[in-house]
Design a binder for this molecule. Structure first.
Ligand SMILES: *Cc1c(COP(=O)(O)O)cnc(C)c1O
Length: 439
């Protein structure tokens, strides 16, 4: 499978021959999957390029602004590029949106007023949004500002409970929030088409409701985005998919002009809106990252598909399954015991370009009810488009793994995770070999 030279190089990383042969056989069965991923990346690359050309992106847009950032044409043009690419009227793309959670908070609090109700028709939102909304009481939550919240859980098979959703949409319902990716929850990720069906259903009941999609981890996985199927607003993080690994910070909100403007007035101040906000010299990374994002996402997807097939063949439960269609870049593997979870994360860490010599340990992270272990050797702190893995140390011992700026790095990470499991005695068939040449 591998040339001798490549085998020698993998051996130098401590990967045993049995693991190389096994992984090579799995990889060779994935040719058509990888071709399909590449075909989508090609379409998305053209989509991004067209948006850049149509907006006449030029050298002058890479200049830094400071202070108020008035007339920052680099910032304004980048926002037009996002709007063109996602087929929206407007976009807010800012380093002042500090994370995905912050962007979602701004989109929600900018568009909701006291007395309004927020509806989540597809189960509970991402963990950090519980405090934003006030599901868990928190200082400054939407609940403190008089915004109520209603949730309709998914049916046991992971589909939308349309009967209950129809009941839940009321006069007060102002905004509907739909999370595309499963995040770290136990439910399927929704396809863009499924999201479109849900939006159409809600809009038939209440045409003027604002439909917002939390697009985190979903950008460029398919060739359409939720704004192509009726979403009024999509929101995401630039240290995930659309930043292409180069964005050092930032978030985006793209959608109808009124929605984006209201978010901008919340981000800066009433009266100021989008007119202020210096880009401080990071525009080149935001443009170039967006340009690279389709191929970076393709690499991460190949890693996720490869990991799913490897661990499924070894008898572990994986979500999504090895042959399932993908709608985000997250891969979950359930190991059933803490040793395997820890070994897996240590393997991912050992493959990193940064901090490969560090040994991840479970720790009591604020806000979590069990210890959490995280592997990340990233150029940008917390960047989860870069290869990373995390897991709460509790039953059923599931690791969530995502990212990889290149497929080759994702592959090495998975091989290292396998080797770490073998070295810990968890994969008896692979255990003896490779151990002698570990670093
Ligand atoms: C990551 C993520 C968020 C929050 O983004 P942060 O940048 O971590 O604050 C919200 N929703 C989903 C689905 C996510 O994956």
């Amino acid at each position: 499978m591998h040339t001798d030279n490549l085998t020698t190089m993998y051996r130098a990383f401590g990967i045993g021959e049995k693991i190389l042969n096994f992984a090579g056989a799995v990889e060779s069965e994935l040719k058509s999957r990888f071709e399909a991923i590449d075909a989508r990346a090609e379409q998305n690359q053209l989509k991004v390029l067209k948006a850049m050309q149509d907006n006449r992106v030029s050298d002058i847009h890479f200049a830094a602004t400071t202070g108020y950032g008035y007339n920052d044409i680099g910032r304004d043009t980048l926002e037009n590029v996002y709007a063109s690419c996602f087929h929206t009227e407007a976009a807010l793309v800012r380093p002042q949106l500090m994370s995905g959670t912050h962007a979602l908070h701004i989109a929600l609090s900018g568009n909701l007023r006291p007395g309004d109700e927020l509806l989540s028709p597809a189960g509970g939102p991402y963990d950090t949004l519980e405090e934003v909304i006030g599901i868990r009481p928190s200082v400054g939550s939407l609940a403190e500002y008089g915004v109520s919240y209603r949730q309709v859980d998914l049916l046991p098979d992971g589909t939308f409970d349309y009967d209950w959703i129809a009941e839940a949409v009321s006069d007060k319902t102002k905004l509907v929030t739909i999370q595309r990716s499963r995040g770290y929850a136990d439910r399927p990720t929704f396809s863009v088409q499924q999201i479109g069906q849900l939006i159409a259903f809600v809009k038939r009941i209440k045409p003027d409701v604002i439909c917002m999609v939390d697009n985190c981890y979903g950008e460029f996985v398919e060739t359409i985005e939720p704004t192509d199927v009726g979403a009024d607003m999509i929101v995401g993080s630039l240290i995930k998919n659309p930043g292409g690994g180069l964005a050092p910070i930032g978030g985006y909100i793209a959608g109808r002009r009124g929605c984006v403007d209201r978010a901008a007035y919340r981000l800066s101040a009433p009266g100021l809106g989008r007119e202020v906000g210096a880009s401080l010299g990071i525009n080149p990374s935001l443009y170039q990252g967006f340009f690279l994002a389709p191929t970076v996402v393709a690499g991460a997807l190949k890693g996720a598909v490869f990991a799913a097939n490897i661990y499924e063949k070894l008898g572990f439960s994986v979500h999504p399954g090895g042959s399932e269609e993908r709608h985000d870049i997250i891969q979950a593997v359930t190991f059933g015991g803490p040793e395997a979870v820890i070994a897996f994360c240590r393997g991912i860490q050992a493959a990193a370009p940064v901090d490969s010599f560090v040994t991840p340990e479970p720790w009591d992270m604020p806000g979590y009810d069990s210890p959490v272990i995280m592997a990340a050797g990233a150029f940008v702190q917390g960047s989860s488009i870069e290869l990373s893995a995390d897991a709460p140390i509790r039953a059923p011992y599931t690791v969530f793994f995502q990212g990889g700026l290149t497929w080759y790095h994702a592959k090495l990470g998975i091989l290292k995770s396998l080797q770490a499991l073998a070295d810990a005695g968890i994969l008896p068939g692979f255990s003896e070999d490779g151990a002698d040449i570990r670093r």
